[in-house]
Design a binder for this molecule. Sequence first.
Ligand code: G
Ligand code: G
Ligand code: MN
Ligand code: NA
Length: 250
Amino acid sequence: RALATDLWHAVENGELSLAYQVQKSVVDGRVTGYEVLLRWDHPRRGRISPAEFIPIAEECGAIVPIGAWVLREACAEAARWDGGERIAVNLSPLQLGHVDLVREVHETLLVTGLAPARLELEITETAIIADKERALHILRQIKALGITIAIDDFGTGYSSLDTLRSFPFDKIKLDRSFMNDIDSNPQSKAIIRAILALGRSLEVPVLAEGVETDDQLQMLTVEGCDEVQGFLLGRPEPIQTGLLGLRAAA
Ligand code: G
Ligand code: G
Ligand code: MN
Ligand code: NA
């Protein structure tokens, strides 16, 4: 059977789960939030990477109900944390194009009791480019609810600067590919510097993704990066509610 078919039943079959990856402030190392990353344990094929199944879910449309489930689960989880950390949820282009997104997000906040300021939605430029006017209209409505919007995978799209000019993003997430080859490619460091300078002049905080080494963190600190995320700070991990009570309240 095709994965797309299985995806439509993954939620009701309880095959999906969430992993949370910590985001930290560079200045004081404080935890600022967690990005939610979807996991799929397929009954026969075992764990399938989101890099593989998200594109399929986008193509067949299953990302719309799946995305709604992710949002609800993540907001309900974050509402239990008492540190006030933010929860960052990835939004697919298809969700952004979906008629009911604004209402869905609003209702999720009401039902879970999560304060809007604690929800951040991560959006890639691809999501905006498809129908820019419409996408920006929806983002404005979401932002008006008090939710923050981050531009994800920044630096890899086609028109990054134009996108930045068109919408008041609350955060720039520097794509992890820049961090990946920082040691082998001197251009990467120059581009990271330039994007940090851009963030400063636009007064938009920049979060660097894919931080894996102390050297990288050191460089980002010197260059004035605001937040970091990556294996050095923490891997995406499931939350074992009730077990050790890491961040869980009963
Ligand atoms: O966790 P991992 O690095 O394997 O994720 C791979 C890709 O899947 C990333 O680009 C990530 O943004 C995307 N992804 C993970 N979880 C979600 C989700 O809940 N919704 C959407 N739309 N994308 C997700
Ligand atoms: O595209 P997005 O940024 O949403 O994807 C996040 C993905 O990046 C997750 O699947 C996560 O597993 C992966 N990831 C997170 N931190 C690191 C890291 O430090 N190095 C690498 N190679 N991947 C990472
Ligand atoms: Mn993301
Ligand atoms: Na990203």
